[in-house]
Design a protein around this ligand. Structure first.
Ligand code: PAP
Length: 319
């Protein structure tokens, strides 16, 4: 299809990129890995180069769909739902795509594709339209063409207390499989100060929130808790936003296909790894709203509430 979107920004030379990567501020995350600060956010260092390449070379098309989220806010669910909404729905029964591979294989996270354990089917630059892609990158570093074309963005946010608990379980399982968990108090501290992968959580969420308020026709801002409270309503909203409204009974079918219980028990999700060192099973845990109440002390809760008040609620966002 003809490309009407603006030109990407000039490609930085490899020498410049290497030099500037070495100069980035560094921090240690959970005594387990280095992270570095780029464009005001913290990243696992290997992701910065792909992020720079994406920003400078990706040419968005008007019919692209970009899913976006920070980590542990419902990405896997959103990928599964969007896949079912956009693929040929007549053939669902015979072509149950979620049984063939983990959702992160079908809808790759652009900047972490370098860690794929097997080549994804989709070449993000060359795939036929409409492309369904995902990123954990903040809004401010997205390619200009994503912002200026008519491509749609669907963002999913989650309550910060449930997000940190989900992160805590996830990183403990990856970094400390046979050890005591990382002290939760320290994890809350990293979370509130924003020094963690794709952090600050609060700034990430608020950037997308403000943009969605300005351009609701371009960006749909979802809340994990609303999706749990009113799954039919919220998933129908996604389908309409993507220009693929549901017919009779379709929403129930898709909700069932993408339900946590079902996905968790599929062979493709019980075994294997789509990304190095990340078991497919680690994407599926409890999916409960308010699970944080079992873990956070009143002091930790208040610390997060205080940060939410100043960084989210001050902008009209209540999670
Ligand atoms: P990612 O950032 O690594 O991609 P992401 O999928 O955003 O992870 O978040 C994982 C959370 O979504 C887990 O939450 P929990 O730790 O509180 O349980 C996981 O259980 C939940 N999740 C995964 N799939 C689904 C689903 N189909 N429905 C609802 N929640 C889900």
């Amino acid at each position: 299809m003809p490309n009407t979107s603006p030109s990407p920004t000039p490609i930085p030379t490899p020498n410049n990129v290497e030099k500037s990567l070495n100069d980035l501020p560094r921090a240690r995350f959970w005594e387990a890995m280095d992270i570095c600060q780029w464009e005001g956010y913290w990243f696992e260092p290997g992701l910065v180069k792909p992020a720079i390449t994406f920003r400078s070379t990706f040419h968005a098309r008007n019919d692209d769909i970009l899913l976006a989220s920070t980590i542990k806010t419902g990405t896997t669910w959103l990928k599964s739902l969007s896949l079912c909404i956009t693929q040929n729905r007549q053939n669902h029964k015979h072509n149950d795509i979620l049984t063939t591979e983990n959702p992160h294989f079908h809808v790759p996270t652009i900047e972490s594709m370098i860690y794929s354990t097997k080549p994804t089917k989709i070449d993000i630059y060359d795939a036929s339209s409409p492309r369904l892609l995902h990123t954990h990158l903040p809004y401010s570093v997205l390619p200009v063409s994503v912002k200026e074309s008519q491509c749609k963005i669907v963002y999913i946010a989650r309550n910060p207390k449930d997000t940190i608990i989900s992160m805590w379980h996830f990183f403990n399982s990856i970094f400390r499989p046979n050890q005591d968990p990382f002290p939760l108090e320290k994890a809350v501290d990293c979370f509130c100060s924003g020094v963690h992968q794709y952090g600050s959580f609060f700034e990430h969420v608020v950037e997308y929130w403000l943009e969605s308020q300005k351009r609701p026709e371009k960006m749909l801002f979802l809340k994990y808790e609303e999706m749990k409270r009113d799954p039919k309503g919220e998933v129908s909203k996604i389908a309409e936003f993507l220009g693929r409204p549901f017919g009779d009974g379709e929403v129930d079918e898709i909700l069932w296909r993408c339900s946590l219980d079902r996905l968790k028990n599929l062979e493709v999700n019980k075994n294997g790894s789509i990304l190095y060192n990340v078991p497919n099973s680690s994407y599926f845990r409890k999916g409960e709203v308010g699970d944080w109440k079992k873990y956070l002390t009143p002091e930790m809760e208040e610390r997060i509430n205080q940060t939410s008040r100043s960084k989210l609620e001050a902008f009209g966002l209540f999670l």
